[in-house]
Each structure stands twice: as C-alpha cells, then as structure tokens.
Design a protein around this ligand. Structure first.
Ligand code: SF4
Length: 206
C-alpha cells in the first residue's frame, strides 16, 4: 500500500514497461514509457515489487475509459512514430477527436506526465491534449496546448490558472532521450528527484 501513496502512476508506467520488456521486442523499438521513466527508479521498483497499486490504477483507468469510449473517444490507442532507425511506440489512454487524453491517479501535475502527453501529441501531430487527474480527493483537469513554438500552455480547467512551460518536443529531443536510454543513463530526466521516495538511498539523484 505504501507505493499508492508515493506515486501510483509511476508504478503503473513501470509495471507496463516491465510487461513490455517481457515481450520480445526488436532492438529498434523504444517505448515512450521507457523515455519518461527514470532508469534508477525503475530498478528500485523492480527490486521492491508491488501489484496493488497497479491494480488500483488500472481499475480507475478502465472505468474512466469505458465511460469515455461510449462517446467520441477511442481508448488505448497505439501509435508508432518512425525516427531514424527506431520505432517509437506509445499507447495513449484516449484520443477524443483532436485531443490526446492521459489519465493519471496522483494528486498533482507532474512534469514527467506532461512530457509523456507532449510526446504523444508530437507523435500524432496534435496540438491539444488533456491531463486528467483522478484520485480519492477529487479530480483535476489540465488543458495542454503545444503549438510547437517552444512554449507549452497548461491551463487548470477549474481555476483557469495558466502556466507556460518552455518545452520543445522535436526529433532531436526524442533522439537525445533514446540515446541516454540506450546508454543506461536516463536518470531524473524530468526533475523527478525532489519528490522521489528513494532519494535518500539513490546514488543518482540530482
Ligand atoms: S532520486 Fe532521482 S535519480 Fe534516484 S530514483 Fe529517484 S528520480 Fe531517479
């Protein structure tokens, strides 16, 4: 249960990544989940192991997706993006018209969630996305706009507070993540350390 408090979405991402790793995959395939996961954190969770958080997160995902799938949304959409010799593979939670939607079960917006969504948006050449946070204390929705000008606009759907992030997703950025991943050096790529449970025992924190 401890891991539910820490970051259920990260655990879900890592468990999904482990399942993907168990499947035979060609050496030119890279999953988006690989690129948004700190490799040191991945190792900590593999060592610790826990299934309850994944189950909880999965139940929430499935419930929400089944509601939205009755409307204009496609759920669990697979996408492949060709980049040099690589196939970058993602599976986004929902595609609702022109909007990419990612569902998360943590309390607040996390930078690695935003990057995951932005990478999916880039792969699909979509400018609009939504981060939907659902947890026991309620839900939050962030509307994300990326016009590929280096500035990403994130609006809280309830308070209408807008934050602008300096982020540019392009092929070079994806290749830089892939290269670090292949070298086994993809640590804390999105400043995850400050809220990381494993920070005291981690030799890689920034
Ligand atoms: S402290 Fe930072 S580098 Fe270490 S596992 Fe956590 S996020 Fe990764």
């Amino acid at each position: 249960m401890l891991f539910i408090i820490i970051d259920m979405d990260y655990i879900s991402i890592i468990k999904e990544k482990l399942k993907e790793e168990k499947r035979e995959k060609p050496s030119n395939v890279v999953y988006v989940t690989d690129l948004v996961t700190c490799q040191a954190l991945h190792e900590f969770y593999v060592e610790a192991g826990d299934d309850s958080a994944q189950l909880h997160g999965k139940l929430i995902h499935n419930s929400i997706e089944s509601i939205f799938s009755q409307g204009k949304c496609e759920t669990e959409v697979s996408v492949v993006y060709k980049l040099d010799n690589f196939d970058v593979v993602g599976r986004l939670d929902m595609l609702c018209g022109d909007e990419v939607v990612e569902i998360k079960t943590t309390k607040d917006l996390k930078l690695h969630h935003l990057y995951q969504l932005l990478i999916y948006m880039y792969m699909l050449r979509k400018n609009n996305g939504v981060l939907l946070y659902i947890n026991p204390s309620g839900f939050k929705q962030y509307n994300v706009v990326d016009n590929r000008d280096g500035l990403v606009r994130v609006e809280d759907n309830i308070t209408h507070e807008v934050k602008v992030y300096i982020i540019k997703i392009d092929d070079d950025f994806l290749m830089s993540l892939i290269n670090l991943y292949l070298k086994g050096e993809l640590y804390a790529q999105f400043n995850q350390c400050f809220s990381c449970y494993f920070r005291p025992q981690c030799g890689y924190h920034k």
